[in-house]
Ligand binder design. Sequence first.
Ligand code: ADP
Ligand code: MG
Length: 336
Amino acid sequence: MKKIRALLISALFLVSALILSGCSSEARESFFAMNTFMNFTVCGETPEAALEKTRETVTELEGLWSVTDSGSDIYRINHSAGQPVTIDERTAALISFALDMAEKTEGTLNPAIYPVLKAWGFTTGENRIPSPEELSALLPLTDYEQVQLSGCMVTLPEGMMLDFGAVAKGYTGDILTEQLKADGVSSALLDIGGNIQAVGTRPDGECWRIGLRDPFSDGILGTLQISDLAVVTSGNYERYFIGEDGNNYGHIIDPESGYPADNGLMSVTIIGKSGAYCDALSTALFVMGYDRAVRYWSEARDFEMIIVCADGSVALTEGAEKLFISEGEYEITVLK
Ligand code: ADP
Ligand code: MG
């Protein structure tokens, strides 16, 4: 009996030691890449090595997808003068995904919006208000259906340009998540310029807690408790300029008009399994506006969302409500 007890105790000790050593350390890194701040936390037995690899991958992807770096796939596509360009298979997959999402969202996500974005000066920071004539001349150059992708070969009519600012960070999050999991990491939190990607839970088994930014202040609206999920927010409250006419112009463009989306929304947050999907949808649903976004969700039902309206009210889906702890006083509508 004594012997059995001793065995049991040592077995228990072994189990708890394993659990402890399994998540004994944590490595963190913050850096600037893809035009934004990244903040990674990786937990595990050897988190430094896995973290180092994620950083290397980010550098690699940035080298492929930068719009300004003359060696990147996207730069070469945008300067191809109508000629076919051979690209990396990861770029081909990104383009294919973005075109598919453009189709699904009826062009509210438009990876070919770059010529219009440029006219507004969002690509250089030298913002200006283009004339209606200038915009209507540019809109035909944003027809994403004219992008031809065949394997790793892409052809664009002259004058057209691609930009993956609305999906690349989310797409990167998915690639990093997959890589971390393949490296045996079961607990990590990636903040890719505000796109959050949670790998597993915290090392203690609790959910990761994410603050949801209040677009009206520097504070938060509440916290989301998540595991194995991505949380992506789009809004015009962070990146915008004030025009000579005194109006605010945000960086998310309504591809139909060529003007910044301005339809009574402050922010759209999408929660789901894939960072790329959430990123694409956060931009698209922000362009759609309230009614259309709610309709889109009730048909798709494969993601959760939180919409903050310009009047200060908040609408969230039933699934999002389960993850959300509100911290403010505002009117909440639960979408069912
Ligand atoms: P953020 O990059 O601020 O996280 P988004 O994911 O919504 O926000 O992406 C916005 C970026 O996407 C813009 O800065 C621009 O590069 C690009 N963009 C703007 N409007 C659109 C659109 N309708 N479709 C696709 N990309 C867009
Ligand atoms: Mg987006």
